[in-house]
Each structure stands twice: as structure tokens, then as C-alpha cells.
Design a protein around this ligand. Structure first.
Ligand code: PGA
Length: 259
């Protein structure tokens, strides 16, 4: 499948790390490590309080600001929640939803993830939808079944046009933060399956080939090039290695070489 239909996206997920005060120095070091005119989208998904600092530091650079979660509700009595309109108002362009840490620690269901996805699209923010299987599910041979069920439920009610505005991140749970990366073949197999599933069971090939599918899970400066070289892997969602500007710059450049 021809990658020219899709954007390469290299997105960092800072999780609950870094401070607003450290953002300017981080961005400076990262941009110094990047080649001018990188062709792909470089995104940093930061904790909510760091968003204004990231927007300010990233101005005039290739870096786009992302968030890590959003409320499914538009507004109102939801103490502690942050709406899609609030994120859009701050200039947020991407937002992770359905990360396995939120599914596990906050019991987020596919139904909730679907509602969050719709809230983001309505606010003009690109959702980075995470799907992926646990180790038990992989060992039981259920990977493709689990992932297709998540995709089906998370995309429920979305038109083909809306679906084109979604980015998917395949993140096997056993590879997140463990240093145990999926092999390039394992990652390619599932990413290509997701594309085929969207094309044949949910939408059509024109729609499916416009959707970027990223890989996430212990991607780092050493293994990024091989993973990003795979036909159906259109970028990466990077946790630990996105906290180090020099390493993240290497990953961005690996994505760029693959264009
Ligand atoms: P990791 O995290 O790169 O540290 O494995 C990836 C993620 O959780 O998005």
C-alpha cells in the first residue's frame, strides 16, 4: 500500500513527566537536532498544564502540540475534566485517546473512547486513537480479534469522511515501557491488518489508505528506522524516548528518511 497517501507522524507521549519550566530548553535542543524542513508531522503530547508552554516554545518550529486525554462531555459539572473546546482554544492540534494506561487505570471502555473521539473531531482536533492487545491475549492468539473489536467499537457512528481525520496507534500493551518492542514483522502484521479491516469491514480502501497507522511500544533511537520502514507503519507514538530530545530527534529523522 502506497505511503504517499498518508502523513508520517512522529508523536511523543510525555505521560506524567517534565515541567512547564523545562519546555523551552527541551524544544530548543530538539529543534537543533532536527534537519530543517522535516517533511513529517512532529507532535508532542504533553500534560495539560504544559500546553501553553509547549505552544509558546514550538511557535515557528515544526513541532505541533498535543494533549493526552479529553473529556467526552462538551461542558458543565465535570470536576477535573478538560473539554475538547478548551484544548482547541489553546491551539492543541492532536490528542491521544484510549491509551492502554487510561483503559487500565481509569477503566475507559470503547464506548467512552468513541464518545471522546467524536468530541475531538467536533472541535477540529486530530484524535490519536490507541488500540492493542495484552500479553495474555497475544499468547492466546487473540491479537487480531481484540484489535479489530476495538477499532470497530471506537469508530462506531463515524462517516468515512470523519474516519479520514483519525490517526490510529497500534500499541501492544506488553511492549509499552517494557523495553520489549514488537518485531518489525509483528508490528507490520497488525498495522496492515487494521488497514485491511477498515477497508473491507468498516469503510473502503480509499478511506483506509488515507488513515495513518502508527506503531507504539518501546520505540527508540535504535529500532525506529526498521519499524518505520514497514509498509503499513506510518509513524510512531513514543513514550520514554520522547523525553530525551536527542533520541527523539533521531526518531523524527528516521521517519523523514522513510518519506
Ligand atoms: P513507550 O510508551 O515508548 O515508553 O513504550 C509508548 C506509549 O505508551 O505511548
Amino acid at each position: 500500500m502506497d505511503k504517499r497517501f498518508r502523513k508520517t507522524i512522529i508523536a511523543g507521549n510525555w505521560k506524567m513527566n517534565q515541567l512547564a519550566s523545562g519546555v523551552p530548553a527541551f524544544v530548543q535542543e530538539l529543534t537543533e537536532g532536527l534537519d530543517a524542513g522535516a517533511g513529517e508531522e512532529v507532535v508532542l503530547c504533553v500534560p495539560f498544564p504544559l500546553i501553553p508552554a509547549m505552544k509558546a516554545a514550538a511557535e515557528g518550529t515544526v513541532i505541533r502540540t498535543g494533549a493526552q486525554d479529553v473529556s467526552a462531555h462538551e461542558k458543565g459539572a465535570y470536576t477535573g475534566e478538560v473539554s475538547a473546546a478548551m484544548l482547541a482554544d489553546l491551539g492543541v492540534e492532536y490528542c491521544i485517546i484510549g491509551h492502554s494506561e487510561r483503559r487500565a487505570y481509569h477503566a475507559e471502555s470503547d464506548e467512552l473512547v468513541n464518545a471522546k473521539l467524536k468530541a475531538l473531531l467536533a472541535a477540529g482536533i486530530v484524535p490519536i486513537l490507541c488500540v492493542g492487545e495484552s500479553l495474555e491475549q497475544r499468547d492466546a492468539g487473540e491479537t487480531l480479534h481484540v484489535v479489530s473489536n476495538q477499532v470497530k467499537a471506537d469508530f462506531a457512528g463515524l462517516s468515512a469522511e470523519q474516519a479520514r481525520g483519525v490517526v490510529i496507534a497500534y500499541e501492544p500493551i506488553w511492549a509499552i515501557g517494557t523495553g520489549r518492542t514488537a518485531t518489525a514483522e509483528q508490528a507490520q502484521e497488525v498495522c496492515s491488518f487494521i488497514r485491511e479491516y477498515l477497508a473491507e469491514k468498516v469503510y473502503d480502501w480509499d478511506t483506509s489508505k488515507a488513515i495513518s497507522v502508527l506503531y507504539g511500544g518501546s520505540m527508540n533511537a535504535k529500532n525506529a528506522a526498521e519499524l518505520l520502514d514497514q509498509l503499513d507503519i506510518d509513524g510512531g507514538l513514543i513514550g520514554g524516548a520522547s523525553l530525551k530530545p536527542a533520541d527523539f530527534a533521531v526518531i523524527v529523522k528516521a521517519g523523514n528518511e522513510d518519506e
